[in-house]
Write a protein that binds this ligand. Structure first.
Ligand SMILES: [Zn+2]
Length: 326
């Protein structure tokens, strides 16, 4: 895993590489971001770059160290996660890790440990980790992966360098999906609908997603302010529970983003396999109007995520989309 294999986190990689070149890496990091956005890959690439015997600030991929890290069997890398059937990471696991870190590395410059999900450490485990962070054994490196650093003890947070990962942009997600062997067609379907997470993308059911996309496009096409039933029927059909409604809104965001791109003369869109429907959205309204609606959809998404009633929020949004341009 070299840094080039990681997409969507260029700024973070820049920071990590600079620390490698200057020899000023920290002893402990928190990598915060949603599951599947690339935290663990980045952590492993960072460790591999430190272990690589050829390159100073990246992994060459070919030396014995690189091959062991890539193969998942490097003796100086340790993973801690909840044991099967257990909710939390236990103090016993932490103690075992501490014993391990206090030994000399077998062959790498330092011993490394990745803890995931860090917010699931039991209170005792977290307190025990705190001692390790206060007095790191040898030159050990500890990387905590979490979805929310706010759920870690403040004393742990203050002893780690916090690195925030953003969700993967759909374009990068699409490329990464294609690299796993998924067809371009399926990747364009999954990418905008996976909340910026590879994991979520891979868990999606393609067929039901494609069917839903057709439904949303058809209903959007039918919205007509002169026949108000089209507005309320569509919101009835498309609003579900909060998560489902957010998913629908994500879909609409990707449609309108593409429509805005087309109006701006940029033909590189995400929803390539339903291009005619996207072009129809783009042509039916002016560019500023589509941009305005895109912002409205984002706004609605935020409101639904917070607390708004999904059905009422969609009523409102669809009324807006159906309205004639002034
Ligand atoms: Zn190497």
């Amino acid at each position: 895993m070299s840094f080039a294999d990681i997409l969507g986190h260029e700024r973070i990689i820049d920071v990590l590489r600079r620390s490698l070149r200057s020899g000023k890496t920290s002893h402990s990091y928190i990598f915060e971001g949603i599951s599947g956005c690339g935290r663990k890959k980045t952590a492993l690439a960072f460790i591999q770059a430190q272990f690589c015997r050829v390159l100073p600030d990246d992994a060459c991929g070919g030396c014995p160290s690189c091959r062991k890290v890539a193969g998942g069997n490097h003796a100086d890398i340790h993973f801690i996660e909840p044991l099967p059937d257990k909710r939390d990471i236990s103090i016993d696991q932490l103690r075992a890790m501490q014993r391990e870190l206090s030994l000399r590395p077998y062959e790498a410059p330092r011993k490394c440990c990745i803890i995931e999900p860090a917010e699931r450490m039991s209170v005792n485990a977290a307190n025990s980790l705190l001692k390790t962070l206060e007095e790191p054994p040898g030159n050990a490196l500890i990387i905590l992966l979490t979805e929310n650093a706010g759920m870690l003890l403040p004393t742990i947070r203050s002893r780690c360098q916090l690195i925030r990962f953003s969700n993967l942009p759909p374009e990068d997600l699409q490329t990464l999906l294609e690299r796993t062997g998924i067809t371009a067609e399926t990747a364009t379907l999954l990418a905008p609908m996976s909340g910026g997470s590879m994991q979520q993308a891979l868990e999606q059911d393609n067929e039901s997603l494609a069917a839903r996309r057709e439904v949303v496009l058809t209903l959007l096409e039918k919205l007509d302010i002169n026949s108000i039933g089209t507005v309320f029927d569509s919101s009835e059909e498309l609003s579900g529970n909060r998560d489902e409604t957010v998913e629908t809104l994500d879909m609409m965001i990707s449609f309108f983003r593409d429509a805005v791109h087309i109006s701006a003369g940029n033909s590189n869109i995400i929803n390539r396999n339903v291009r005619p429907a996207i072009e129809s959205i783009s042509m039916r309204r002016s560019f500023p109007r589509n941009l305005e609606l895109l912002n409205k959809i984002y706004e609605t998404r935020r409101a639904v995520q917070r607390n708004a009633n999904p059905k009422l929020a969609l009523d409102n949004l669809f009324m807006n989309i159906a309205a004639r341009e002034r």
